[in-house]
Write a protein that binds this ligand. Sequence first.
Ligand SMILES: [Zn+2]
Ligand SMILES: [Zn+2]
Length: 273
Amino acid sequence: MNTPIAPVTHRIAHLRIDVLSDNALPAPWQAEHGLSLLIDTGEARVLMDTGQGAAFAHNCDLAQPDFAALDAVVLSHGHYDHGGNLAPVLAQTTAPFFSHRDVHVPRWSMHPDALPKYIGLSREANDAISALPAARRHAVGDIAQVAQGVFAVSDIPRTADFEDAGAQLYLDEAGQTPDTVSDDLSLFVPTPQGHVIITGCCHAGLVNTAAHIQRHHPGPIFAIIGGFHLSAASHQRIAHTAAALKPHGVQHLVPMHCTGALAGQLLKKHLFV
Ligand SMILES: [Zn+2]
Ligand SMILES: [Zn+2]
């Protein structure tokens, strides 16, 4: 059930995002294929995703985030590199947990000349979610407010014909049923300069995600931060993506995690040069 949405009359003036897991981090932080972002608006603290494994734990040892003080824990989608440390994190807080209802589905990736790889949530993570009291578990559909001034969108219509969820993702080990990652979820924070959109892997597509947010809360987009899942995207797709985002007035783009270094540079070039 979604939390009822009030109209956006309250805009966040200060926003800090700490990175607890990402593919590229300088020493003494450890990098891993994963993502975890701690979002602090000054009024609410929201953890989106929990990385993949030991690097997240190492970075938490350094940063000492106070998970007991969280207002919400959000899982962007049910991939192992986002929910890797869900169990220990959920044990350290009584904050509500938000995700799409389908994060638990088993899923695989298939690459030529390699065995199918299970990339869904671990049993430990699934068990930790299932063990939460019903009052702490919130299934995000269309849109939900996860904390004061912080919103989640999911069930994002896939309308842009040049976007896809990512190649080689399947709901079965034999690679028969493609996985559209229907549980993909992004956050956005309305600020005086415009929306700040925070993505996990953005399997729903940047353009589809931005369009869905605009349908609910029209307004400029100030920044987009997170994984954009474009490493296998064609130059044409990236050009289309930039052309669709440009009218929203995007001022800052922070490509992380699964974006792909070249894709991130190309997107910035198309948007800002
Ligand atoms: Zn990912
Ligand atoms: Zn993913």
